[in-house]
Design a protein around this ligand. Structure first.
Ligand code: GAR
Length: 186
């Protein structure tokens, strides 16, 4: 699932292509018709469905559509790779401990939107990224993997975002493998 540029989506697909991750991406779901992630799916020839949140009356009705889609594609797990919508119990209860989310902070610090900016404003010297199982409250749930990074003196938000994302691209495929081991009982 993605809403944005899709660099994390690409990191998953590329890890599979490079045989670093044994997995298959059955489908990409995006909520924005013109996001970069959709273009990337086209390039990789991966089915991509647009489930546009503005077309749904409630978060629940959107999530019902997501569940239908994932059932149709018979997915074993779901990765929120920059999915910028809050998900509800409709999706979470159906896929308990089967949904992963990547977040650009060292959770439990700086949940929600603009996590990188939040870290800069708080003046912390170390931040990073986290991959966790999705629970009912936002950006919480068991942490699968984290990477810590220093924030340099006078660093810009853009430079920090680039460094955090570079680490996200490494840690997300690893976290998927770790989750997969749990799903397969190994
Ligand atoms: C990533 O940095 C991810 O951590 C963040 O959105 C970005 C998506 O980038 N997610 C959140 O902030 C979720 N709360 P991408 O579309 O290039 O993968």
């Amino acid at each position: 699932m993605a809403s944005g540029e899709g660099t994390n989506f690409s990191s998953i697909v590329q890890s599979i292509k490079d045989k670093k991750l044994i997995a298959e991406v059955s489908v990409l779901v995006v909520n924005k018709p013109f996001c970069g992630a959709r273009e990337r799916a086209k390039e990789y020839d991966i089915p991509c469905l647009v489930i546009d949140h503005t077309k749904f009356k409630s978060r629940e009705s959107l999530d019902n559509e997501l569940v239908k889609t994932f059932e149709y594609f018979q997915v074993e797990g779901i990765v929120m790779a920059g999915w910028m919508r809050i998900v509800t119990n409709i999706l979470i209860d159906k896929y308990q401990n089967r949904i992963l989310n990547i977040h650009p902070s060292l959770l439990p610090s700086f949940r929600g939107v603009n996590a990188i900016q939040q870290a800069m404003e708080a003046g912390v010297k170390i931040t990073g990224c986290s991959v966790h199982f999705v629970k009912r409250s936002v950006d919480s749930g068991e942490i699968i993997a984290q990477v810590a990074l220093p924030i340099f003196e006078n660093e810009s938000t853009d430079s920090l975002r680039m460094r955090v994302q570079a680490q996200e691209h490494k840690v997300l495929p690893k976290a998927i493998a770790l989750a997969g081991m749990r799903w397969r009982g190994s």
